[in-house]
Ligand binder design. Structure first.
Ligand code: RM4
Ligand code: MN
Ligand code: MN
Length: 433
């Protein structure tokens, strides 16, 4: 059996992964040699892929559900420890999920040194902390029904500020260096609030949180077009987010969540301009057809994802940024009909494939085509990269890092979910939405 339980935590044995890799090696080599015959600087691409890590949010390991229902699949993590264990399993398989992002109060690290040790044991670091003022907690004094940082009542705003400062404290204990603030603040009906006063209240509240940021920390202001408020959102688009971030100061950045735009928004253009301004801080990956659907990355609009990655790579290179570490990369998806761990493996794979394709774009030729107004060639260059099957390159990077050539196959063959159900039970429910 290739699954071992060490210190109460289930792990996939390395020899099992090697065994699977061995059985796929001949076929893999054939594909890898075929594709690399055409590609220059493949070693450089492999190195970048090995370095690139996605953070998995602590709330994505259970079944998400919708407001109509939730259908858990069993074996969901019952504690932060078990969530770390789940991400450890993912990371052992794909070597690209080496970070965890916590949501407070869903996942309070009661014993920080123990949690830190557990994460280190699983080769994981802590990425951005997420605060939550979009729900009322059972022991909470004042309600966020009419907003948190925007609230007309100063006492409610103070409560929201204090919560965020507490989240920073947990982050300090865990060794992370960023805070993501997503506000559900806004209004459901015209006339409900005064836009200008609402903005000013929110800005002042954010300023107080900003003032509590330790040195080197960053603050990410995440925007969202609608939901749960349906008439106006107080941080509703990248313009508003950028306005807050600019007024706050150099530690504040905009965070782009792919599902948080109005239909047909040109997200790649937004990304390019934010990078140009040095104000893009973090990224939440998911995919959507209609709204904030939180579907598997790359499952609906893979070409859009490619165009976004194309701008990310171009924009980061223009500023001399380090792809893997200068932005906070996180998957923000929800799983209604799939096993969350399988879904996350698919999302990470989609991101790595798209990143690899974006690295293939011939930038010199593209600039040339742009300067000559050669629209056809420009399109050919982009689509040529997008239509390249880079899966063997991504698999090669993964196996060089010690992961599986085919993570999903190992996960299924080793019956990981069945083991988790046996260990944790079929009725467990993870914290989160
Ligand atoms: C929001 C937003 C935030 C996430 C919550 C759970 O729509 O995407 O990033 O923290 O959902
Ligand atoms: Mn998000
Ligand atoms: Mn969202």
């Amino acid at each position: 059996m290739g699954l071992t339980t060490k210190n109460n935590s289930m792990q996939i044995d390395k020899y099992k992964i090697d065994e699977y890799n061995q059985s796929l090696l001949k076929e893999h080599k054939r594909k890898f040699d075929f594709i690399t015959a055409e590609i220059k600087a493949v070693e450089n691409i492999l190195q970048k892929l090995i370095e690139f890590q996605l953070a998995i949010p602590s709330w994505a390991l259970g079944t998400g559900g919708t407001r109509f229902g939730r259908f858990p699949g069993g074996g969901e993590p019952r504690s932060l420890e078990e969530k770390i264990e789940d991400i450890g399993l993912l990371h052992a398989l794909n070597k690209s999920s080496g970070a965890i992002s916590l949501h407070i109060p869903w996942d309070i690290p009661e014993n920080a040194s123990h949690i830190k040790a557990l994460a280190a044991q699983n080769d994981l670091r802590f990425d951005a902390m997420n605060s939550n003022t979009f729900q009322d907690q059972p022991d909470q004094k004042l309600s966020y029904k009419f907003g948190s940082m925007q609230h007309v009542d100063k006492a409610v705003r103070k409560q929201a500020i204090e919560h965020n400062i507490e989240v920073i404290k947990y982050g300090v204990e865990l060794g992370t260096e960023s805070l993501t603030v997503w506000l559900s603040d806004g209004s459901c009906f015209p006339g409900q609030l005064n836009f200008r006063k609402t903005f000013q209240n929110t800005l002042e509240s954010l300023q107080e949180v900003y003032a509590a940021l330790p040195n080197k920390w960053k603050m990410f202001v995440e925007y969202k077009a609608y939901e749960p408020n349906f008439y106006s959102m107080t941080v509703g688009d990248w313009g508003q987010s950028l306005l807050y971030a600019t007024k706050l100061g150099e530690k504040a950045y905009t965070l782009v969540d792919l599902g948080h735009h109005l239909p047909n928004a040109n997200i790649e253009q937004i990304v390019a301009l934010l990078l140009m301004e040095g104000k893009l801080g973090g990224f939440h990956f998911n995919d959507s057809k209609y709204g904030d659907d939180d579907l598997t990355v790359g499952s609906i609009k893979p070409y859009q994802l490619f165009l976004i990655f194309n701008e990310l790579v171009e924009g980061m290179d223009a500023r001399g940024m380090h792809h893997a570490t200068d932005l906070a990369w996180m998957i923000d998806a929800s799983h209604n009909v799939k096993d969350p761990l399988e879904d996350l493996l698919q999302s990470v794979e989609a991101i790595m494939i798209t990143y690899a394709q974006a690295l293939l774009v011939d930038r010199k030729k593209l600039t040339e085509a742009q300067n000559n107004n050669d629209v056809v060639t420009a399109q050919e260059i982009l689509q040529n990269a997008f239509r390249t099957d880079v899966r063997a390159i991504v698999a090669e990077a993964r196996s060089r890092a010690g992961g599986a050539l085919n993570p999903l196959a190992v996960y299924r063959n080793e019956k990981v979910r069945e083991h988790l159900i046996k260990e944790r039970g079929s009725k467990t429910v993870a914290t989160g939405l």
